[in-house]
Design a protein. Structure first.
Length: 418
């Protein structure tokens, strides 16, 4: 039984479980195994021993936490390797890349923050000039410029953490009231939370905040809790494993073709006819994997307190939000929520948008779409039945909304993710 090795470069012993679940889903379909290793176990000098201990190896998925890739492609030899979230400069060996679609991440952030109708925007990048951080910053700022809304960009400097924290607090203090802040990842979002506390700028009353990655150990620990964009890590793992499987099939076809060409070459030489094509079977070992245009994009924005809006958070609004989370997929409508409110219709709609940052209908649709994505991952679930399971009375309404939110049909999304 072949094995896919999932090598992680994130510091500490944490293994991204969603990515590993995607790898295992593909491996199970091929009757392969998948083994995961922490950053301490995935050092460059340890990789040859890991591959030897788990032979035969189908391939390796190498998680790149930033632009610096500790393990060179030469370490993997002839074993196919997918560099996950890697930048374009990685080349050589049987290398494939599965990058993050950072422009799509920034677009999702802008759409989510715009729902709260902020007066202005701001963007905070990482303390290091990572390629992915810069791309998210530039895209978000360009979207703000296109919408003719002011956008403040926190400048990056080579400085110690204490100096950065002090400068970030001063930056947050100058932001206009009702500014929506986009932090390029959850670590940057946690920095903004601390800076806002220092600058006496309450979140979400004066500022709203959105991060990226949805790391629960960071987002749930924040005060307030941090809303964050969930990258589709499970799809990333599945696609990376599938690229290994398709790469192996590609290499097998190339080997057969090379053997056939070599055989014809020998026949030509025996008949004293100059061959038109010459190819050695050993050349196949140096061939590149088939090009793939796949990328890893955002799945959805997980909403927490930091994007709750600037209004008062009355108990009846919070109770309504909890009810939506429980009953949205049971056919709950915006009118049902409004009728149960202890205030007038117009006042409740106003207070809900102020407190949550978007409309009642938007919140209901968001909760339903979370379940839609889960059901689409199950190939046994008929697409035509998903609407009724998720609270839509009309299949057409779901299909229209899904295409508007994702840019593709549900069938296309399922084909790309399973």
């Amino acid at each position: 039984m072949k094995t896919i090795l999932y090598l992680n470069t994130d510091p500490g012993a944490r293994i991204p479980e969603m990515t590993l679940a995607g790898i295992r889903r593909y491996a199970a379909a091929r009757r392969w195994k998948a083994e995961a290793f922490s950053s301490a176990e995935s050092r460059q000098e340890a990789i040859p021993a890991l591959m030897a201990a788990h032979a035969p190896i189908a391939g390796c998925v190498y998680e790149c936490s930033d632009d610096n890739v500790p393990a060179s492609p030469s370490v993997f030899g002839n074993v196919p390797v997918v560099y996950l979230h890697a930048t374009p400069h990685i080349r050589g060996g049987r290398v494939m890349r599965l990058p993050t679609d950072n422009k799509a991440v920034a677009k999702t952030a802008f759409r989510e923050l715009s729902a709260g109708r902020p007066a202005a925007f701001a963007v905070v990048g990482c303390d290091i000039a990572h390629v992915w951080s810069l791309e998210r910053e530039r895209t978000f700022a360009s979207l703000c410029a296109r919408s003719k809304k002011p956008c403040s960009v926190f400048e990056r400097m080579d400085e110690p953490p204490e100096a950065r924290a002090k400068r970030l607090a001063a930056f947050v203090a100058t932001l206009p009231r009702h500014t929506a802040v986009f932090a390029v990842n959850d670590l940057a979002a946690a920095e903004v939370i601390a800076a806002a506390r220092t600058a006496y700028r309450p979140i979400p009353r004066e500022l709203t905040l959105l991060g990226v990655d949805n790391l629960s150990e960071i987002c749930e620990a924040g005060k307030p809790t941090i809303s964050s964009i969930q990258i589709d890590f499970e799809r990333a793992g599945f696609l990376a494993a599938r690229m290994i499987g398709e790469g192996a099939a590609h290499a097998t076809r190339d080997t057969r073709q090379a053997e056939a060409v070599a055989s014809r070459t020998c026949a030509c030489r025996l008949s004293h006819v100059k061959p038109h094509v010459a190819c050695r079977v050993s050349d196949v070992a140096r061939c590149q994997m088939p090009f793939s245009s796949a990328t890893v994009g955002p799945l959805l924005a997980v909403r927490r307190e930091s994007t709750g809006g600037a209004g008062r958070r009355e108990p009846f609004v919070l109770e309504s939000v909890e009810r939506i989370r429980r009953e949205a997929c049971d056919g709950l409508t915006a009118d049902d929520v409004i009728k149960a409110a202890p205030v007038s219709r117009s006042l409740f709609i106003l207070r809900f948008r102020e407190a949550v940052g978007h409309s009642i209908q938007n919140e209901i649709e968001h909760v339903r779409l979370e379940r839609v994505f889960t059901m689409l991952r199950d190939p046994e679930m008929p697409i035509g039945a998903i609407a009724s399971f998720c609270g839509w009375r009309s299949d057409i309404a779901l299909r229209w909304l899904f295409r508007r939110r994702t840019g593709m049909s549900m069938r296309q999304w399922r084909q790309k993710n399973t």
